[in-house]
Design a protein around this ligand. Structure first.
Ligand SMILES: [Zn+2]
Length: 474
């Protein structure tokens, strides 16, 4: 495990809790200074942005930052330089990194309906930062695989080739205690109440998350929701913290909904998608085949395939470069310590110039690794396709490795190139129609109805009043 990965400390919102109290002023043992926290945050922030990408919508980013900034003066650590960012991920998530970095996904925003709902979630994250929960819990970190198990079982050279040393194929999620989480909830309520948001909206968000967990199963949400469910007790605790006066505070429904109108919903196919055992990238215009049973992880920095036994990986990266393939290859290989060149060739693959080198790379902590690095020139870009496994098992995966490489080609089919993402849109109810009538008339696929109803925080049979905004997916 690298030091960099060690400091990727991500606190998932519903994960559960954090603990000590800057609020009570109780003394705590701390090995990390505030400067240390800030340095940690500054190192981690670019890694998180590279892993998920930030969502390209300046107005929405400004809106989220504005709501977050309203809370800051009421936080217990108002002196930190906070940043609030929207990540381009369909996963429903919000988290904070020490030093003042707060993130929310567009997937989480799509689930929300009011400005106060956004505020309490950001407030909860500010609570984790204020109480230094992440810092205090360094020792109780739980490893969450978001990609390849290969990255953890495999040694550092492999990680270097696979490009995981900096970004991490896996993130470390912090497992907070129930007490920590309860405290972050309380601080979130306190901050949002002080900043004139309606703190009761926290209950709505948690209730949505709980229902979403029930309906979406394992595939579309991080696995930790199944192992660390949001408890009904936690929702009851939050409800008990609310006062009669809270109920009268405006929730800011209109402003919030207008700010998320037309955002991308679900996976964005323009960043690459899998269909019929092939990976398509419409913006970069390439396609390649995926072996049966192999897993795919697509991030803004690379596409990673892993064999079903997770002992072999195939990693694709692209970089704009005018260099010759051999010079580019030499530069890449120079990072591999102790490498031994086994083979070189210069084939043409589907009309594209290619330079291939096979290396064995000794490793201190595991068996010798083998890497076939294929460098392909396509337009302004050089694509690096790395086939990786232990040297003694490489032959067993080679049919698949070669199959992927030989299938790499220019994407020309307009139907695949012009694939557009789905978007969240707002329409005004005409009154009298049920939510499912509205969905049907909007052409939303029936299997999506329960999820979209949940996004509206309504039952399918509910009849929105005339003029009420309804979220639909198109
Ligand atoms: Zn939390």
């Amino acid at each position: 495990m690298t030091k960099k990965i060690l400091v990727v400390m991500v606190c998932a919102l519903w994960l559960v809790s954090c603990a000590v109290n800057p609020v009570t002023g109780k003394r705590e043992l701390s090995l990390i200074s505030e400067e240390g926290e800030i340095a940690m945050g500054k190192e981690t922030d670019p890694q998180i942005r590279q892993q998920y990408g930030t969502y390209d919508n300046a107005a929405l980013a400004a809106y989220v930052a504005r709501v977050g900034s309203r809370l800051v003066p009421y936080s217990h650590r108002p002196q930190l330089a906070y940043s609030f960012q929207v990540l381009d991920s369909p996963v429903v998530n919000a988290f904070a990194v020490p030093g003042g970095f707060v993130y929310i996904t567009r997937g989480a925003l799509a689930m929300m309906n009011t400005e106060s709902e956004l505020a309490v979630v950001l407030g909860h994250e500010l609570g984790h930062i204020a109480a230094r929960h992440s810092v205090r819990r360094l020792s109780s970190m739980m490893l969450l695989q978001v990609g390849l198990a290969v990255a953890s079982t495999i040694s550092k050279p492999m990680a270097t080739i696979a490009g995981v040393a900096g970004v991490g194929i896996q993130l470390l999620y912090l497992k907070f205690s129930r007490d920590d989480e309860r405290q972050a909830d309380a601080l979130g309520i306190q901050y949002s109440r002080a900043a004139s948001f309606n703190p009761g909206q926290m209950v709505n968000f948690f209730a949505s998350l709980q229902k979403l967990g029930d309906m979406s199963g394992k595939s579309s949400l991080p696995g930790f929701l199944s192992t660390h469910p949001l408890s009904s007790e936690r929702i009851q605790n939050v409800t008990a913290m609310l006062t009669e006066a809270d109920k009268a505070v405006p929730i800011g429904r209109e402003a919030f909904l207008q700010s998320i109108n037309n955002i991308v919903y679900g996976e964005d196919p323009r960043q690459g998608y899998v269909e019929n055992n092939a990976f398509y990238h419409p913006s970069l215009r390439f396609v390649f085949a995926i072996p049966q049973g192999w897993k795919v992880q697509n991030t803004p920095s690379q596409v990673t395939l892993a064999s079903s036994d997770e002992q072999a990986a195939f990693v694709l990266q692209a970089e704009k470069s005018s260099e010759g393939l051999e010079a580019y290859a030499a530069k890449t290989a120079s990072e591999l310590e102790g490498r031994q060149l086994l083979h070189t060739e210069s084939p043409t693959i589907n009309g594209l110039s290619t330079f291939i080198q096979v290396y064995d790379i000794p490793s201190q902590d595991s068996a010798t690794l083998r890497a076939r690095l294929s460098f392909i020139r396509k337009g302004e870009m050089i694509y690096t396709l790395a086939a990786l496994s232990q040297a003694n098992t490489f032959g067993g995966y080679d049919t698949h490795f070669k199959g992927i490489l030989r299938s790499f080609r220019e994407l020309t089919d307009p139907a695949h190139i012009n694939r557009a993402p789905q978007r969240l849109k707002l329409i005004k109810a005409s009154g009298g129609q049920s939510l499912q009538d509205i969905f049907k008339a909007s052409g939303i696929k029936q299997d999506m109805w329960p999820k979209v109803a949940l996004m509206n925080e309504m039952e399918l049979t509910a009849r929105p009043a005339a003029g009420q905004w309804v979220k639909i997916i198109q």
